[in-house]
Design a binder for this molecule. Structure first.
Ligand code: HEM
Ligand SMILES: N[C@@H](CC(=O)c1ccccc1NC=O)C(=O)O
Length: 282
């Protein structure tokens, strides 16, 4: 029988699949598909500009999830729900793995392909990604100067400023370590700005944890989740700079930095320094 819509029911669904969504929520309604698929606006006729746009948009969606999960993980750690946090941090590492694999698609774009539309990008650059900066801030790489490109957006600025005013993920972990009875130096659990540098007293306490994992199992597992996360984040930075060198060589970036030279310097950022340094002592 032909339904009221006038269309035949989909073949093979034996008349069971729902087809009337005139009054009901459909797949597209729930997921906001019209908005998402209506958000690609290439500025040139170059074939690869759509790839470039979708690569960035999907990255931003995954970054949204990273921020969500890191925020939940940080709240869980603050309440000593360490196992929950571990699960979420493991998920964040898998998201970075997903982002890392995505470079394989973008790498199919050659310098000739990119040159066709690079000029259309003007001064815009990933350097201005607010969500990327928020992730860096949550993870403790807190350069206040990176707020400058957001000065024209008070809403974005407020989010990033609020992040700088909070203890980062690692400081939250150190507060949990202190509650577990280890001697965390005063100040290490407070909000900070700039980059972290290794504190010998913090190396010493991780040494206690790593030398007796069974005694400190939840902290030991949590620390390893952080190492995993930084490992995958480093791979993202490395894939980015390598792709950039493939595509634009040593040209300056549209965002105004030296390009590859700037991105190479970012490879030296260490998010959780004592967790790396402790390994040398074991
Ligand atoms: C052909 C592809 C790409 C090229 C040539 C490229 C180039 C660059 C360059 C030269 C910079 C330095 C800032 C500047 O002066 O512009 C930069 C920064 C950045 N790019 Fe890309 N990029 C590419 C793809 C991507 C993708 C897919 C993402 C994913 C979101 C991304 C995210 C970023 C971010 C977040 C920064 C800031 C990094 C930081 O401050 O540490 N880029 N990019
Ligand atoms: N910085 C890049 C341009 C670029 O990659 C870009 C431009 C606009 C939006 C996102 C971008 N991706 C990463 O930086 C360049 O110098 O070619």
């Amino acid at each position: 029988m032909t339904p009221a819509s006038g269309y035949e029911r989909a073949a093979g669904t034996e008349g069971e699949a729902e087809t009337d969504f005139s009054e009901r929520m459909s797949y597209g309604d729930y997921l906001g598909i019209d908005l998402i698929l209506g958000a690609q606006h290439p500025l040139s006729s170059a074939n690869d500009e759509l790839l470039f746009i979708i690569q960035h948009q999907t990255s931003e969606l995954w970054m949204k999830l990273v921020i969500h999960e890191l925020s939940t993980a940080r709240a869980a750690i603050a309440e000593d729900r360490l196992e929950e946090a571990q699960k979420l941090l493991a998920r964040v590492s898998r998201i970075f793995e997903q982002l890392n694999n995505a470079w394989d698609v973008l790498r199919t774009m050659t310098p000739a392909d990119y040159t066709e539309f690079r000029d259309a990008l003007g001064q815009s650059s990933g350097f201005q990604s607010a969500q990327y900066r928020q992730i860096e801030y949550i993870l403790g790489n807190r350069n206040r100067a990176m707020l400058a490109p957001h000065a024209h957006r008070p809403d974005t600025l407020a989010v990033l400023e609020a992040e700088l005013a909070r203890p980062d993920l690692y400081a939250t972990v150190l507060a949990a370590v202190a509650r577990a009875g280890l001697a965390v130096p005063a100040g290490a659990t407070a909000p900070h700005e700039g980059r972290r540098t290794a504190d010998p007293a913090i190396i010493a306490l991780w040494q206690q944890v790593y030398q007796a994992p069974r005694t400190h199992w939840p902290l030991y597992e949590l620390a390893e989740k952080l190492i995993d996360l930084e490992d995958y984040f480093r791979r993202w930075r490395f894939n980015h700079v390598t792709t950039v060198e493939r595509v634009i060589g040593l040209k300056r970036g549209t965002g105004g930095t030296g390009g590859v030279s700037y991105l190479r310097r970012m490879l030296d950022v260490v998010l959780f320094p004592e967790l790396w340094d402790v390994r040398t002592t074991l």
